[in-house]
Design a protein around this ligand. Structure first.
Ligand SMILES: NC(=O)C1=CN([C@@H]2O[C@H](COP(=O)(O)OP(=O)(O)OC[C@H]3O[C@@H](n4cnc5c(N)ncnc54)[C@H](OP(=O)(O)O)[C@@H]3O)[C@@H](O)[C@H]2O)C=CC1
Ligand SMILES: CC(=O)N[C@@H](CCC(=O)OP(=O)(O)O)C(=O)O
Length: 350
């Protein structure tokens, strides 16, 4: 139909790609016109994902940026880090709107990106126009952007917990500790050893302790919110479940007289225009399963007056609000569509 936006996905065979295929196939304003990949090129989507057999999705094609830009006005890049830096500039210059799911366009300080990802931007002037794709903080800038650097899954869950605390100056910033757990799909559809069932099942452990690449991404946004340089302690953990991230944030309150109800009021006001952030009532703490398959972020809060700390728990689906759902949320804003269009609003519990 003429009124529909023509959309391409590069990296369609990955976990982010298949979420985007599912969401955009059913998005009322979108026509999927290109599915791209490398190793999967030439294969039908239904060969890679047999559950799609009855949908006749078409074949995955090798990446040809000229061809993509001719067919698609919007391109999602769902690729490993270090590839979008090469692809996005040409697509942007050809007039496409580009939403990158990797870390390549999340950093305003490109030297930080290079330091952590060992990749330099060939076209820094293009990177400078990128907008960090967290709508609850940057809705207006996203709406007028051509290039979006979509946040990582851990940063999304963690920043939604931290933002009100830092923006309102409620905590001692240096006291912030982020203790986060992720399901195995966070590692992508690559068959990494630590993600094999025999390795991941029946156990729980931390990784990237004191050196995970999401730390600088989280600190970048925290520093913007606080108005000065912030460091946080971030520790990720791998949990034997497919989907989900629970990020539990601990921080010392500046005002020890604040109670849980005060923080709930502040968070409800802060997110009053955010359809995807749900602040839970006092004493109710989020489960990742509540968010599965939706773009929702459930937030629970508790003030421990004994220690003077606030504890904020933030639960998302890492492949949805943490990745593809949030990218579609950004697309809706970029196109002037309702922010919740085409996005599942309730999980099929349990
Ligand atoms: N998994 C998660 O929870 C989250 C992931 N992210 C980020 O999103 C991005 C995608 O992640 P995810 O979907 O998990 O990754 P996957 O490993 O599941 O998929 C990677 C995709 O990239 C494609 N690809 C790899 N190399 C090339 C190439 N040279 N040219 C074209 N296509 C290529 C693969 O296709 P083929 O097989 O055809 O080569 C595959 O479709 C990553 O940057 C990741 O860090 C962000 C938030 C959350
Ligand atoms: C469980 C697991 O392996 N999770 C991934 C996070 C995926 C992600 O968000 O990575 P980007 O920031 O590169 O987009 C990790 O910790 O590396």
């Amino acid at each position: 139909m003429g009124s529909q936006a023509r959309v391409g996905i590069v990296g369609a065979s990955g976990y982010g790609g298949i979420q985007l295929v599912r969401l955009l196939t059913e998005h009322p304003n979108v026509d999927l016109v290109f599915l791209g990949g490398e190793g999967s090129a030439g294969k039908a989507m239904s060969e890679i994902y047999p559950h799609l057999h009855h949908r006749g999705m078409g074949d995955i094609e090798l990446v040809n940026l000229e061809e993509i830009a001719q067919r698609a006005e919007i391109v999602f890049l769902a690729l490993p880090n270090g590839l979008a830096v090469k692809m996005a500039p040409e697509l942007v210059e050809k007039g496409c709107k580009v939403l990158d799911l990797s870390a390549d366009y999340r950093f305003s300080d490109l030297s930080t990106y290079t330091q952590w990802y060992r990749t330099t931007h060939p076209r820094p002037e293009v990177a400078e126009q990128a907008v960090y794709g967290l709508p609850e903080l940057y809705r207006d800038r996203i709406s007028s952007a051509q290039l979006i650097g979509c946040p990582g899954c851990y940063p999304t869950a963690s920043l939604l917990a931290l933002a009100p605390l830092l923006k309102q100056g409620l905590i001692q910033p240096e006291s912030a500790i982020i203790d986060a757990k992720s399901g195995t799909s966070g590692g992508g559809r690559q068959g990494k050893l630590n993600l094999l069932h025999a390795e991941a099942e029946g156990t729980l452990g931390a990784y990237g302790v004191a050196r995970h690449r999401h730390t600088p991404e989280i600190e970048q946004i925290c520093s913007r919110l606080a108005g000065n340089e912030i460091m946080v302690q971030f520790t990720p953990h791998l949990v034997p479940m497919t989907r989900g991230i629970l990020s539990t944030v601990y921080a010392t309150l500046r005002d020890p007289g604040l109670v849980t109800e005060d923080l709930l009021t502040i968070f409800n006001v802060f997110y009053r225009h955010a359809p995807w952030v749900q602040i839970l009532p006092s004493g109710v703490y989020p489960q990742t399963k509540w968010a599965w398959g939706t773009n929702l972020c459930y937030i629970g809060i508790e003030v421990d007056q004994r220690t003077g700390r606030v504890v904020v728990m933030s639960a998302i689906d890492n492949l949805m609000k943490g990745q593809a759902g949030q990218a579609v949320q950004c697309l809706n804003l970029m196109m002037g569509w309702p922010e919740d269009l085409g996005l599942p609003k309730l999980s099929f519990y349990p």
